[in-house]
Design a protein around this ligand. Structure first.
Ligand SMILES: [Zn+2]
Length: 223
């Protein structure tokens, strides 16, 4: 089984869609098991993207206008979409903070999950960050805001789970812009996340974000 809406998930997981489209995808995800499953499978892919070469994703291949089930070529198509998403991520800071995080109140059909916010800063004062964590049926959405000075780096977000396992939630480039926003995702449930860490490609830890996961507003959404 495949769902036509699943073609947007790659851009969604990379935070490359905004506004109305983003809201529409999230509403769709609440009801479509196929897309939920797809999203769960895709959650580690932003981190893997750094290992995809340009040749892997620029090979000429027609993209069908109407997606059909293509199990054999699925991953390559995804890689292309992810690469497109990645291209917009490099410019993520250009959008500034105008886009806003997904913090909408209850929608027309069912309550939207609330988010909690964790913050952190590096010791050198070059980088400050806050992460809005939103629980979903498929895992956790992480809306990251960064403020930084004189820093340009390729970064990876690592999700540390309470059980000790680690999951790469996304990779992107911090540009020379003073502030930026990015959305990444992990299949780790919010209650199981102990901390988030941002590393440079060279393995230097830039930031650690942590906080309370027992937000009253989260438990209140269960009805
Ligand atoms: Zn769907």
């Amino acid at each position: 089984m495949s769902c036509a809406a699943s073609v947007t998930l790659g851009a969604y997981i990379l935070g490359a869609v905004g506004g109305e489209e983003r809201r529409a995808i999230e509403e769709h995800l609440e009801t479509c098991q196929t897309c939920k499953k797809d999203l769960l499978n895709l959650a580690p892919l932003p981190g893997l993207l750094s290992r995809v070469s340009v040749e892997d994703v620029t090979e000429p291949r027609p993209v069908p206008a109407v997606p059909r089930p293509r199990p054999r070529r699925r991953l390559r198509t995804w890689a292309r979409r992810l690469a497109l998403g990645f291209a917009s991520l490099v410019m993520f800071a250009a959008g500034g903070l105008a886009g806003g995080l997904v913090t909408a109140g209850p929608g027309p059909t069912e309550p939207r999950p609330a988010h909690i916010v964790w913050t952190g800063a590096d010791q050198a004062g070059r980088l400050q960050g806050s992460a809005a964590l939103t629980p979903h049926a498929w895992g956790t959405e992480i809306g990251l805001r960064l403020r930084q000075a004189r820093l340009r780096a390729e970064c990876t977000m690592v999700v540390n789970a309470r059980g000790g396992s680690r999951d790469v939630a996304g990779s992107w480039v911090i540009t020379s812009y003073p502030a930026g926003e990015i959305t990444v995702a992990t299949s780790t449930r919010l209650r199981d996340i102990a901390s988030l860490e941002i590393y440079t490609k060279a393995g230097q830890r830039l930031l650690r974000l942590t906080g309370d996961t027992r937000s009253p507003s989260i438990t209140a959404t269960h009805s």
